[in-house]
Design a protein around this ligand. Structure first.
Ligand code: NAI
Length: 493
């Protein structure tokens, strides 16, 4: 049969080319190449080395966008020098807003849980675009650096809806939202609120939430509690590696990055520079990621055949050097792959065989004609009620307060708060609170000045006056949205 599907392939750096070659050999033996055309593209270290600071050529971008699916090996992130991770760039460039990782106990991969007779089968959905991974960082003063954490309602909606749809397709009955909304009441609070809203459209799926620190403990103590957990980006990154540990390590955890138009499938581990070029790397994570890709493409039959051969191979005790019974000799990458190829057509005996599943080919939305602005389209009434001014200053809080009160003396604003590292230090503070050289100074409307009568320009005029004598690092407008405060209180306020 002629190829009808095409996939862009970037072999990656370090062990990437070795495990990608092994995986594609296996796919070829299983007949995948009759259905899929694999188109090589240039990404990663070699592209960075040619002076391309994005780490991907224009031609590669064109081919990936043409295919809609990228299968990639691990890629090295240049250390220092401001070079961004090509792995993160790819996920963000193509708006693959959800990262799906599936963690299953595998035969022959011994863990403390397998020894205890506990089978693990769960999925993590990690938001993939926002959070601190925006990489919006600034040095604000000599001693202070900031990373902006952005969480948006449309971004949350996309990942939560993906999680529930995927849970439904996987036949799951329960989805948890992991978060830290007890501390980050606004950002994680929004993530949790949008989860609860999305859950209403999936009444057959039980939904619950769990604070991320408790989640980590529960995952170690009672991993069978969870079927799927959806988390913000950074927390999801950490929790998904914890889950990889439950099933034997990063070498056994596949990963899919899914968006409306594009999907990226990759191994979870890195380039393993310590073993690169030696032909000993374990290809299992990339193979499992490739199986997610085949199912995404509607090739459920081929995926099941390969998965069953892999399970039968692991069951037989065949292993690469990074896992398994050290008493038996380790195979190299090629020999391990050959062992899987030799078992194509077989099924595992000790664990359930993978079913082909109906498999429906992935339908891409039409290519956008321009960049889309995604909104939740809520026309809330917003009113300016003050501003937070961030200053680089060596002054003590009391001296700073005197200066700020002078600055706002004949304006509609009054000084209401000074905080340092988020803790209130004026008008009330503790001698035990140590201050650094970066303050937040809060001004709010004076009594008698009604909200809605003052625009942003009055806040900017105050800012300009302060900037005559102080280094203003940044400022945030304080607004209400339909009368609800759009800003947090300081610790101790
Ligand atoms: P790593 O995952 O490459 O290696 C950690 C340890 O696991 C090493 O001892 C390595 O030998 C071993 N290991 C990893 N994969 C293996 C495999 N398939 N078979 C056998 N052993 C394996 O993590 P590290 O050293 O922190 O990162 C190396 C590079 O990889 C860095 O430049 C990093 O930025 C990049 N990286 C890329 C990722 C991606 O492309 N998605 C993900 C993580 C790291």
């Amino acid at each position: 049969m002629a190829s009808t599907l095409s996939v862009a392939v970037a072999a990656g750096d370090g062990i990437g080319p070795e495990i990608m070659a092994a995986t594609l050999d296996l796919f070829q033996a299983a007949g995948v190449h009759e259905r899929v055309a694999f188109r090589p593209v240039e990404m990663g270290a070699a592209v960075f080395a040619k002076g391309n600071s994005r780490g991907i050529t224009d031609e590669a971008i064109r081919v990936v966008e043409d295919c809609g699916v990228l299968f990639k090996g691990p890629m090295e992130t240049p250390k220092g020098g401001g070079g961004k991770s090509i792995n993160v760039t790819a996920r963000k460039l193509w708006n693959t807003y959800a990262n799906l990782r599936v963690f299953k106990s595998l035969p022959g991969v011994e863990t403390v849980y397998s020894k205890a007779g506990l089978t693990i089968n769960m999925a993590i959905v990690r938001e993939n675009i926002e959070d601190t991974y925006g990489g919006v960082e600034h040095r604000l003063s000599q001693d202070t650096i900031q990373c902006k954490r952005l969480i948006t309602a449309p971004g949350c909606d996309q990942v939560h809806r993906f999680a529930f749809h995927t849970a439904r397709a996987m036949g799951l009955t329960r989805v948890h939202c992991g978060h830290k909304a007890n501390i980050m009441k606004m950002t994680d609070g929004l993530f949790l609120d949008r989860f609860r809203r999305a859950a209403q459209d999936f009444p057959e799926i039980e939904s619950a939430d769990v604070i991320v620190d408790a989640l980590c403990m529960n995952l170690v103590v009672r991993p069978q509690t969870y079927q799927m957990v959806v988390l913000p980006n950074l927390q999801g990154d950490i929790v998904s590696d914890l889950c990889a540990g439950l099933v034997g390590g990063l070498g056994f955890a596949p990963s899919a990055n899914i968006g409306n138009h594009m999907a990226i499938f990759e191994a979870v581990h890195g380039t393993a520079p310590d073993i690169a070029g030696r032909g000993v790397a374990n290809p299992t994570s990339l193979i499992l990621s490739g199986l997610m890709m085949l199912r995404h493409l509607g090739l459920g039959r081929e995926a099941a055949a390969i998965e069953n051969a892999l399970l039968a191979t692991l069951e037989s005790g065949a292993r690469t050097g990074d896992f398994g019974d050290k008493a038996s000799p380790a195979l190299g990458t090629a020999a391990f792959t050959r062992a899987i190829i030799d078992r194509l057509g077989q099924s595992p005996r000790t664990v359930p065989a993978a079913a082909a599943g109906a498999g429906s080919p992935f339908e891409r939305g039409p290519r956008p004609t321009g960049q889309q602005v995604i909104r939740t389209f809520k026309n809330l009434v917003t009113q300016v009620v003050g501003c937070d001014v961030y200053l680089d200053s060596p002054l003590a809080p009391v001296s700073l307060a005197e200066e700020m009160q002078r600055a706002c003396a004949d304006t509609p604003f009054r000084l209401t708060l000074i905080s340092n590292r988020g803790t209130q230090v004026w008008p009330v503070g503790s001698v035990f609170t140590e201050c650094v050289d970066y303050y937040r100074v809060r001004f709010e409307l004076r009594d008698g000045v009604p909200a809605g009568t003052i625009g942003q320009s009055r806040a900017l005029a105050l800012l300009a006056r302060i900037a005559e004598a102080f280094t203003v690092c940044s400022y945030e407008l304080l607004r209400t949205f339909d009368g609800v405060k759009g800003y947090s209180m300081a610790q101790g306020q």
